[in-house]
Design a protein. Structure first.
Length: 172
């Protein structure tokens, strides 16, 4: 199964593609769709087109996207929701099923604790996918979203235990 993870943002939308086969994760691609400064409709168009292109290029089986939460600024959450909607529409228009995960669920699945720092997420994504360097922050969050989907559908608790062992070995 090939999963495309999306970390939505109105300026930077991270994407990460992973394959899973026989319980193993494999890195395929990651990056960022950069929306230009300016009016929101134009940024949404770029996000839609960028995610559409990633889907056309990498042919994932499913889209996993981070859910928006309302923190202190409702206006920011609303704009983020628009960016998220543009990414979801690109997937749905190409026939992909969509799964949604909260930031808490994503961090729990990848790091083992729901309030992990972004640096911890980057580090665990690097370890789990055997990357030679740390992925860019937005790309790491998107890869983490894809990993979260894999963990939640294929024995997440067992895989989280394996991830903890990998981290222990890496620290030794």
């Amino acid at each position: 199964m090939r999963v495309l993870g999306i970390d939505p943002g109105s300026r930077l939308t991270g994407f990460g593609v992973v394959d899973t086969s026989a319980g193993n994760l494999a890195y395929v691609a990651s990056g960022v769709v950069k929306a230009p400064a300016g009016e929101l409709p134009n940024r949404l168009k770029v996000i839609y087109a960028g995610v559409y292109e990633v889907i056309e290029t990498h042919r994932p089986d499913l889209l996993a996207v981070e859910r928006v939460f309302v923190a202190r600024n409702a206006q920011s959450a609303l704009i983020l929701g628009h960016a998220r909607g543009a990414a979801i529409c690109a997937g749905v228009n190409l026939g992909l099923p969509v799964s949604e995960y909260t930031a808490l669920q994503i961090k729990q699945a990848v790091v083992g604790k729901g309030h992990a720092a972004k640096e911890q997420v980057q580090h665990m994504v690097q370890i789990l996918l055997k990357l030679t360097g740390l992925p860019q922050e937005d790309a790491a969050d998107a890869l983490a979203c894809a990993i979260c989907h894999v963990h939640s559908t294929q024995g997440g608790a067992q895989r989280l235990g394996q991830a903890a062992k990998v981290l222990e070995v890496a620290r030794s």
